[in-house]
Design a protein around this ligand. Structure first.
Ligand SMILES: Nc1ncnc2c1ncn2[C@@H]1O[C@H](COP(=O)(O)OP(=O)(O)OP(=O)(O)O)[C@@H](O)[C@H]1O
Length: 340
């Protein structure tokens, strides 16, 4: 736990301070409270302030502290999503570096995604796994909601993949192995992610993969429909047809991801969404020559129309492609700045 490798990152920005910041040894040393599951997000002003009519929360009882933007030094923007921006930030007292995701309430309400944000917070706050991005808590003011997230130093996997074109089999297998472990944990916790794609995967301090963005996740089993507003590329056939679905949708996306990591593009991609739809429905996949037989075998066992026939996660870990390329203990590769 206390090895140098596992220490949280030193603050790379913010103040041009010459002092060495005091940083807790582990992420658990960061005393940001987890948000209680039932807390409404739309309450005015401070979270759980006694004046807003909400009962005094666990947060207040346990920590005697509510978070506010004034507790953080804001740094450079890390990226922009559909509903807000993410900034590097440092908690003033502990000097702990985090990522602050800032969402505008007006946009959340007008886009009718309040339930989605609420679920993202509820689910992500209670998950603890080395390959899942931590959410330490949230707070809000009149106009914005702030999600306090673990800072993933090396950014989005998507960017790394685009810069490199594709990954070699060893690298792809390590990411698939770690993703499989994170999904096993999610499924044990009765959470289906439902939106796995390179844009939702981040790379942490030790180049480890982290699942982020639980905005579409649900408690299993689910018949909840998704409003499909993005790409169809990762959607399982049962989700495309708005059928009730279960954990197996994540197995399908794992197969799509495995292909994309090796090839650089998702297997069903097409200019016309109707063509993508057709390719998914009939599982039409073309493999470039360089994809090994073992990789094809694993992908083929995940991209199966009938959800119950997809290879279970425990068997993914035992698949010869994983065993040969990513035996236990192998770490993700380190890419240098230019390679990024
Ligand atoms: N915890 C984090 N650490 C480092 N960078 C992050 C972190 N969270 C987000 N980012 C960066 O900010 C970008 C935007 O993230 P955000 O979660 O707002 O949107 P998104 O998931 O890309 O899009 P969407 O709005 O569709 O969910 C990411 O692509 C990533 O580059």
């Amino acid at each position: 736990m206390n090895t140098k490798e596992n220490k949280p990152p030193k603050p790379p920005i913010l103040v041009s301070s010459t002092s060495t910041p005091k940083i807790p040894q582990t992420t658990d040393g960061f005393k940001i409270p987890a948000a209680p599951a039932s807390r409404p997000l739309q309450a005015n002003n401070q979270v759980a302030s006694s004046s807003n009519g909400e009962p005094a929360s666990d947060v207040q009882k346990d920590n005697n502290k509510l978070w506010a933007i004034s507790d953080f030094d804001l740094g450079r923007p890390l990226g922009k999503g559909k509903f807000g921006s993410v900034y590097l930030a440092r908690e003033k007292k502990s000097h702990y570096v985090v990522a602050l995701k800032v969402l505008f309430k007006s946009q959340i309400l007008s886009s009718d995604i309040e339930h989605q944000v609420r679920r993202e917070v509820e689910i992500q706050c209670r998950l603890r796994h080395p390959n899942i991005l931590r959410m330490y808590g949230y707070f809000h003011d009149e106009r914005r909601i702030y999600l306090i997230l673990e800072y993933a130093k090396h950014g989005a996997l998507y960017r790394l993949l685009k810069a490199r074109g594709r990954f070699d089999e060893r690298t792809a297998a390590i990411y698939v192995r770690d993703l499989t472990k994170a999904l096993m944990y999610c499924h044990q916790m009765k959470v289906i992610h439902r939106d796995l794609k390179p844009e939702n995967l981040l790379i942490g301090h030790n180049w480890e993969l982290k699942i982020a963005d639980f905005g579409w996740s649900v408690h299993s089993p689910s018949s909840r429909r998704m409003t499909i507003c993005g790409t169809l590329d990762y959607l399982s056939p049962e989700m495309l047809d708005s059928k009730p679905h279960n954990y197996a949708v994540d197995l399908w996306s794992l197969g799509v991801l495995c292909y994309e990591l090796l090839v650089g593009l998702p297997p069903f991609e097409a200019k016309d969404q109707h063509v993508t739809y057709k390719k998914i429905r009939h599982v039409i996949i073309k493999y470039p020559d360089y994809v090994s037989d073992l990789a094809r075998d694993l992908i083929g066992k995940l991209l199966v129309i009938r959800p119950e026939e997809r290879l279970p996660l425990a068997k993914v870990l035992k698949h010869p492609w994983i065993m040969q390329n990513a035996p236990d203990g192998t770490k993700p590769p380190i890419f240098d700045a230019e390679q990024k």
